[in-house]
Design a protein around this ligand. Structure first.
Ligand code: HAM
Length: 411
């Protein structure tokens, strides 16, 4: 007997309502993004491993544990994208798109992270991703956060999340803070969790968002990030908060928010909810002014964020109203050709039309029901001869005879 096939752990098939919910979330988000000048962009799922390994941070969970990397037939190390940002930056640099700046890019699609699957955490998941390349000045930060809030409003989930906001400071303040944290956590190096011992050497800031209870106690009295800000970083963050208040964007300051990826500076944020248990982040992002340079591109201020589609889909039931088709039932093989011409005619008028020519009539009526057909049109020899077709209204059961033209005007 053939081996039983099953999906890869943490990877889901999408059908029916699940598929429709994803499509609805994507199209709603895309039309909101267009209001802010975003255009669609798509980059490959596979990139050279260096694109992610050199940019997301060696100590990040994504690079150290979660990447799907493999050698291809030419012995090149490739990685299935765990996020969009580095791939988009690679595309910007290798495509020489400097003259197109500023660019606002919206993408969506699958990402891959080898993490322990649980509700809201998958190994193949999907994001709505927004990148604003060449985003200079604090208004861009505020506008990105307005865009996120607008998107949640359009999806009807605006009341269910908190925008947690922090500033990681400029490059110099970040380095200063890393040093302060290194000195502080070194005093407790024996008490830290194994993960945090590793982070202490590579990126002490990551210890701040450790989930380990022992670490949390040590983190509680760690030096505050604010004490490391330069005057410039201070001003940037204050200006942003002023703008957000003026624009009516609600936020909560969280000085321990550091983000799981290394490329951020200044503004960093997450959208969290208490509706999804352990996986509380619906999305996150921030400013990544240094990333282009690290990847061999020009100096370029940028900001972006991503929202997890699966997590949004868990927030509420997105019921979409699919258009209801006209269902054509030819009676007898001899009338199939005529019925097929009618179906083709209706479709050229943009009317969704299904035709089923095999099986008992009762069975075909059941399938019309299943397809949520609005009308069923029967095509027998009498109808073909007279050009008047029997039409059944599936909502009230009434039957009448109609010309093809009248069928085309049915609502
Ligand atoms: P991230 O915080 O790693 O950021 O992911 C953003 C969102 O993707 C998360 O808040 C979550 O909703 C969803 N997500 C992440 N991992 C999983 C998973 N295993 N299963 C289900 N959903 C998941 C980034 O990816 C950055 N590239 C965002 C960004 C764009 N920063 C600047 N531009």
């Amino acid at each position: 007997m053939a081996e039983k096939l099953h999906p890869v752990r943490g990877m889901k098939d999408l059908f029916n309502e699940d598929y429709n919910a994803h499509e609805y979330i994507i199209s709603t988000a895309k039309s909101v993004a267009e209001l802010y000048g975003f255009e669609g962009a798509s980059v490959p799922i596979l990139e050279h491993t260096g694109v992610f390994a050199r940019t997301l941070g060696e100590a990040s969970d994504v690079v150290s544990k979660e990447m799907y990397s493999f050698l291809d037939k030419s012995n090149d190390s490739l990685t299935m994208r765990p996020e969009f940002t580095a791939g988009i930056m690679r595309a910007f640099i290798s495509g020489g798109m400097h003259h197109q700046l500023p660019m606002k890019l919206f993408s969506n699609g699958p990402l891959f992270r080898y993490d322990r699957p649980q509700a809201g955490r998958l190994r193949q998941f999907h994001q709505l991703n927004y990148e604003f390349l060449g985003a200079d000045g604090v208004y861009s930060d505020a506008e990105m956060l307005m865009l996120a809030q607008h998107t949640f409003e359009a999806l009807g989930i605006a009341g269910d999340f908190t925008l947690e906001l922090n500033s990681l400071g400029c490059k110099e303040s970040r380095t200063r803070y890393q040093e302060m944290l290194f000195d502080y956590f070194t005093q407790y190096s024996n008490e830290l969790s194994e993960d945090s011992k590793r982070r202490l050497l590579k990126n002490p800031m990551r210890i701040l968002d450790s989930k380990d209870n022992g670490d949390k106690k040590i983190v509680a009295t760690a030096p505050s990030i604010e004490s490391s800000y330069s005057a410039e970083a201070h001003k940037y963050f204050n200006d942003l908060q002023n703008l957000l208040s003026i624009m009516n964007v609600h936020y909560k300051l969280n000085p321990k928010l550091v983000r799981g990826l290394d490329y951020y500076c200044h503004t960093a944020f997450e959208f969290t909810t208490d509706k999804l248990g352990a996986q509380s982040a619906i999305g996150g992002g921030g400013r990544y002014d240094g990333l282009s340079k690290i990847m061999g591109g020009p100096e370029m201020p940028s900001i972006g964020f991503a929202l997890g589609i699966e997590r949004i889909a868990l927030m509420k039931r997105f019921t979409t109203i699919a258009t209801r088709p006209i269902f054509i039932i030819p009676i007898g093989d001899e009338n199939l050709e005529h019925a097929a011409t009618i179906a083709a005619n209706l479709r050229t008028q943009n009317i969704p039309t299904m035709l089923e020519h095999k099986g008992k009539i009762a069975r075909r009526m059941q399938n019309a029901d299943k397809a949520r057909a609005r009308y069923v049109v029967f095509i027998g020899s009498d109808e073909v001869a007279s050009g008047n077709y029997k039409v059944k209204d599936m909502d009230n059961g009434q039957e009448s005879f109609m010309s093809l033209e009248a069928i085309g005007h049915l609502k």
